[in-house]
Ligand binder design. Structure first.
Ligand SMILES: [Ca+2]
Ligand SMILES: [Ca+2]
Ligand SMILES: [Ca+2]
Length: 363
């Protein structure tokens, strides 16, 4: 009898989460508990290494320390020279920058067989980018910046013998609570060569423009060009994991989501490799029609891909709605970004949301 009771109870908690639970918060405050992440050891990183990645040890190499210090060095006593370096870099990557609409930071440009390659980085991770016949291509590497450091200065060409070959090291990243954006990196295994076959990187099984590694890393379907079957292919879908819907609450969330600046308005739809990532299980939130490309991942880390379990790609969030005790059309919502939090009091009046900011803090 006790066992049956337990079983019923387990079934109840495993599938009992409703829209009510996922979208609304009880009046009792849900305290966010900060859980300190334990950094991976070299062995742990290697045991989770993607199959397509080969790692070898180098005898002679440019160390993590040397590379990271020199790449972050900024001579405050010689701003003119720093500005010149910046302008030179901008000029050197101007073609990449314009074809990719400013979505990446580039390094290690290389010409090979009529193609141009470069290593690229954005908030989501590392990419290999290619220009062939004036068309841009980007291939996600699936190497988490929590575990892999790739040298800013590559001493050899990065593409050779059909492989991408990168000097770098395995790293630990220590998050400092209360100091957003402050990540303390240290090398735990220096002088490594990371190598990936171009054929593995370029593999795009469903031919939708995103390589398989990207789709697997972010929970898209690498075998379907339309992961959420809404008729819009993954590459052009601003919310590729969920069908957009129109209802009272999705329209509220749409108004709270980031908007693009009008100056980049004509280009943002072409920014196929830039996503804002949220972890949110609220069905109303999931079905938004956002202005900026958005990926909504599960709140529970165990339901995420390995890449998303170990990589911090979330730079903001929107809380559950807290109901007002007296007015059923009134709710309280907290929104946070990498450097600010904003409290909203929202009320649904005559078919429209009236949104008031009640307080806001900049960290
Ligand atoms: Ca694909
Ligand atoms: Ca797909
Ligand atoms: Ca779609």
């Amino acid at each position: 009898m006790k066992n049956i009771y337990l079983l019923v109870f387990l079934v109840f908690i495993s599938c009992g989460k409703s829209i009510e639970d996922n979208c609304f918060q009880d009046n009792a405050d849900e305290a966010e508990v900060y859980k300190e992440e334990v950094p991976f050891t070299v062995q742990e990183i290697l045991s989770h290494k993607p199959d397509y990645l080969t790692i070898s040890k180098l005898k002679k190499y440019r160390s993590f320390k040397e590379d990271s210090i020199s790449s972050h060095f900024y001579d405050i006593n010689n701003e003119k020279e720093e500005l010149r370096k910046y302008e030179d870099h901008k000029k050197y990557y101007a073609k990449f920058d314009s074809l990719f609409n400013g979505q990446f930071a580039f390094s290690s440009k290389q010409f090979l067989d009529g193609k141009e390659y470069a290593l690229a980085k954005n908030e989501l991770g590392f990419w290999l980018v290619k220009i062939e016949n004036d068309k841009p291509y980007a291939y996600f590497l699936g190497l988490s910046f929590s575990h892999y450091y790739i040298n800013e200065v590559q001493t050899d060409p990065i593409v050779k013998n059909g492989k991408l070959q990168l000097l770098g090291s395995l790293v630990q990243i220590i998050k400092v609570p209360g100091l957003p954006g402050y990540d303390d990196y240290s090398a735990i295994d220096d002088g490594r060569l990371f190598s990936i076959k171009l054929s593995d990187l370029e593999k795009d099984s469903d031919n939708d423009g995103y390589n398989d590694i990207f789709e697997e890393s972010f929970g898209l379907n690498p075998d379907s060009e339309d992961s959420d079957s809404d008729g819009v292919d993954d590459f052009n879908d601003l919310n590729p994991l969920f069908k957009s819907e129109k209802n009272k609450f999705t329209s509220l969330f749409e108004q709270l989501l980031p908007k693009y600046a009008t100056s980049v308005g004509q280009n943002f739809k072409k920014m196929n490799y830039y996503f804002v990532v949220y972890d949110n299980d609220c069905e109303y939130f999931q079905h938004v029609n956002p202005e900026l490309r958005t990926i909504i991942i599960p709140e529970e880390t165990s339901k995420r891909s390995y890449y998303l379990r170990v990589t911090d790609v979330i730079n903001g969030g929107i809380s559950k709605m807290k109901k007002d005790k007296k007015n059923p059309d009134k709710f309280y919502i907290l929104k946070w970004g990498s450097s600010s939090t904003t409290d909203y009091c929202v009320e649904f009046i005559n078919g429209k949301w009236k949104i008031n900011i009640t307080s806001s803090t900049v960290v």
